[in-house]
Write a protein that binds this ligand. Sequence first.
Ligand code: HEC
Length: 152
Amino acid sequence: MKSRTAFRITLALAFVVTAGTLARATSFSPTAVAPTPVAADYEPVDNMHHLMEYIYGPVFGELKASQTNTDDENYWKTVKKTTLVIAEVTSLLAQRGPDGDNAKIWTDASQSLHNAAKATYQAGREKNQEGVTKNLALMQAGCKACHGTFKK
Ligand code: HEC
């Protein structure tokens, strides 16, 4: 009985070790591994409506609703967290505009918003409230610049 249990354990261990070796072996095989995505392969996960509803609206809302308290580390964290999300996501937003006559309005608005969010983020890192206030207004202008043409 005891030796049978020991045998089973040995068998189980052998299986685990073999599986581990196989897993490692396949991860080096070029055919078994999915190609690493590059920026050019970027595919949107969902439509513009949901991107705005779930990311831009709530994230910018959180930033605007945060109580300015320059002595509070959490205030600066909120500034940095929200502006970094918007700055990074807006690089992707810029690629999702329409073709045709209005394409430039889309990319210009995205660029303004990206720049303003980046500047707000940097001001947050430096705990520079004046910079946050100034660039927050520019962020809002970036939202409006696009909505004026594209949001029904
Ligand atoms: C480059 C264009 C562009 C920029 C910049 C932009 N938006 Fe939008 N936004 C849109 C479009 C297009 C829609 C309409 C989407 C739809 O309903 O199909 C929209 C819709 C929205 C909505 C409505 C979503 C809903 O639930 O109905 C909110 C909220 C929103 N945007 C927030 C923002 C905020 C906040 C910013 C700035 C931080 C911003 N957007 C910047 C293009 C933009």
